[in-house]
Write a protein that binds this ligand. Structure first.
Ligand SMILES: Cc1cc2nc3c(=O)[nH]c(=O)nc-3n(C[C@H](O)[C@H](O)[C@H](O)COP(=O)(O)O)c2cc1C
Length: 277
């Protein structure tokens, strides 16, 4: 039998299980002093855009949020499970102006594009500048950040996904009890499922519904776009063609637009070799 529970503050952490990414956000205050704190309310903001952004949720009295408002820059560092204790150290309520990293095994290194430092021991890092800050109500603030750099330990870059999952060894946040006991799990048991294509009858035309004419070469390219994003690609392409006064989508225009959205030849070729139908 299903049963409801009271909807209380912190429901997303206390009672409902939301597995989350664990990060340490580093910032500078207006006097240039380093601050670090763990943050998990983080997600990608634009899926298909040349300049993708990222969304973070804060209690608006946190030093991190105040520093981001003051300086417009921050770094998201992803620590491995071996550094959970150090990550928890950065969550302690040290007085304003204290660099929490000095109480940990973490080492600060200069970032590539922004002033706040990065953490050397973190294998993947996102450097950000502020695009927008929303004060949601009296307690919450959302930051939408521009991604200025995605930084990896060099040896991770050419690994396949499984190797990278194992090497990064990221902990998964599972919420807390009484704001005191924080739970984590580990990515040492992996499962992979292949997304199966719907089998079409031989000779059947792929199900592509366009709203304006596409020439045959453009249609062929469209068939190679993975199904999951095809409708969005059609919508964006046609919207742009109409705006530019083009009556038809040609391969050349399609490719030009794709490149404008950051889908360079490497991405397009990946689609073409990895996705069929
Ligand atoms: C794993 C973990 C994730 C957290 N995620 C968030 C979060 O997404 N948003 C938030 O406001 N606080 C979050 N906190 C709480 C802050 O990290 C904590 O209040 C910290 O002391 C804030 O530090 P600061 O004031 O130096 O920014 C999290 C704490 C932990 C341990």
């Amino acid at each position: 039998m299903k049963k409801t529970v009271p909807i209380r503050p912190f429901w997303y952490s206390d009672v409902f299980l939301f597995p989350k990414l664990i990060t340490i956000v580093t910032t500078l205050d207006s006097e240039g002093r380093v601050n670090a704190g763990p943050y998990s309310h983080i997600m990608q903001y634009d899926v298909m855009h040349k300049h993708p952004r990222i969304l973070l949720g804060f209690r608006n009295t946190s030093d991190t949020f105040k520093n981001i408002e003051a300086t417009g820059e921050f770094v998201i560092n992803c620590p491995s499970a071996d550094y959970l204790e150090d990550m928890m150290e950065t969550a302690r309520f040290y007085p304003e102006g204290v660099n929490e990293l000095e109480h940990t095994r973490f080492t600060m290194i200069p970032s590539q594009k922004v002033a706040p430092p990065s953490i050397a021991e973190c294998g993947q890092i996102i450097e950000c500048t502020v695009d927008r800050i929303e004060h949601l109500d009296r307690t919450q603030g959302h930051v939408i950040g521009n991604i200025e750099a995605l930084v990896f330990d060099e040896e991770l870059i050419d690994m396949n996904r499984e190797e990278r999952i194992r090497a990064l060894n990221l902990p998964i946040g599972l919420g807390d009890e009484k704001r005191k006991y924080y739970y984590y799990s580990f990515t040492d048991r992996l499962a992979m499922y292949e997304l199966q294509e719907i089998v079409e009858e031989e000779g059947a035309k792929p199900d592509i519904r366009t709203g304006m004419p596409w020439d045959s070469a453009a249609l062929e390219a469209l068939v190679r776009v993975p199904r999951g994003v095809r409708r969005m690609v059609i919508w964006q392409t046609e919207r742009r063609m109409k705006k530019a006064g083009h009556p038809e989508v040609t391969l050349e225009r399609f490719r030009e637009l794709a490149r404008e959205y950051g889908m360079d030849d490497e991405v397009l070729n990946r689609f073409e070799t990895e996705s069929q139908g």
